[in-house]
Design a protein. Structure first.
Length: 324
């Protein structure tokens, strides 16, 4: 099958934090969005979350045709999906639930429409296993919040059509996202595994009494984290290699780094260590609510993305793109 139909109507299944963020993003890019969720008060909660995100989306830049009025809601999933060109699913992270849900969605979604899952860890081969048309099932995993962070991990399962993967990548890129294609399935995908690898060493350093929780966070956010907001680690090592670039780094600086890799620790995550982290984080929060910190973070992230685009250091664009 060829998956090249224009995407104009998007169904968002599951309207929690991630689903609402996706819905806001798609509305801001000028699409018609129909959302569905069986939870009580789902529609009112969704509209509140979209209203809250709209300020940030306006700062980023709205696409032609962007409007919150293009959102409709129904608790009936069949009605929501029957005319969708793309489904962005954000249901609970349980393999059995996902398999059943996709079998049900597969029955009602038009055959040439994509089924994309925001799953943060379940592989697409599992998700598509009970579908009659598994070839159009992909992972389209965002980084939170989807309406701000450009990264989307695209992964196909064993039965996914290469055309479906290409269309998913093309679509996400067309709305200003930065899709990356995982050529092989991996539990947890990639970006969250990177976070887990770093946090493993951070917890080890805290457990060993080397740094406080606050200084461990500072070591990341005031050091390499600043660089990571500009470019990836491999390209950064190219700069670290000086005039010789990445070749010099690999020839002369990789051996000591390899030694450091072998010395990385594995923390014993006890209740005491968890409490130490909790206490340290609450000191860092300094009385600010989660919502207040989120607002501060989003403001800085939007500014950083604009700076990256102005400097030409990133492939993704922060310019609004109209719906197809």
């Amino acid at each position: 099958m060829s998956y090249n139909k224009p995407i104009r109507r998007i169904a968002v299944v599951g309207t929690g934090v991630i689903g609402a963020s996706w819905a806001a993003e798609y509305l801001a890019r000028g699409f018609d969005v129909v959302a569905t969720d069986p939870a009580p008060n789902a529609e009112s909660n969704l509209r509140k979350l979209i209203d809250a995100a709209w300020k940030d989306l306006t700062s980023i830049g709205l696409s032609k045709g962007a409007s919150r009025d293009r959102l409709s809601f129904t608790a009936n999933m069949k009605d929501a999906l029957s005319e969708a060109d793309l489904v962005q699913e954000n249901a609970p992270e349980r393999p059995d639930f996902k398999m059943k849900l996709y079998a049900e969605m597969d029955e009602v979604v038009p055959v040439y429409s994509l089924l994309a899952s925001s799953s943060s860890g379940i592989t697409p081969s599992v998700i598509q296993s009970q579908c009659k048309h598994p070839e159009r099932v992909v992972i389209g995993h965002p980084f939170n919040p989807p309406h701000i962070i450009p990264l989307v991990e695209v992964v196909g399962g064993s039965k996914t059509s290469p055309d479906a993967i290409r269309q998913a990548i093309s679509f996400y890129a067309s709305i200003g996202k930065r899709p990356i294609h995982l050529k092989k399935e991996l539990p947890g995908h990639v970006a969250n595994r990177f976070q887990a690898a770093l946090y493993r060493e951070m917890l080890y350093v805290i457990e060993q009494g080397i740094l406080s929780v606050e200084d461990t966070d500072a070591a990341v956010s005031y050091g390499p984290g600043l660089r990571w907001g500009v470019m990836g680690q491999s390209l950064q090592w190219h700069l670290g290699g000086g005039a010789g670039g990445i070749k010099h780094f690999m020839d002369h600086l990789m051996p000591p780094l390899e030694g450091a890799m072998k010395a990385l620790g594995t923390p014993n995550i006890t209740s005491e260590l968890k409490q130490e982290v909790i206490s340290g984080v609450m000191r860092e929060a300094a009385g600010r609510s989660v919502d207040q910190i989120v607002e501060e973070e989003n403001r800085v992230l939007i500014g950083l993305l604009k700076l990256r685009a102005e400097a030409g250091l990133s492939k993704e664009s922060t310019q609004p793109i109209a719906a197809a």
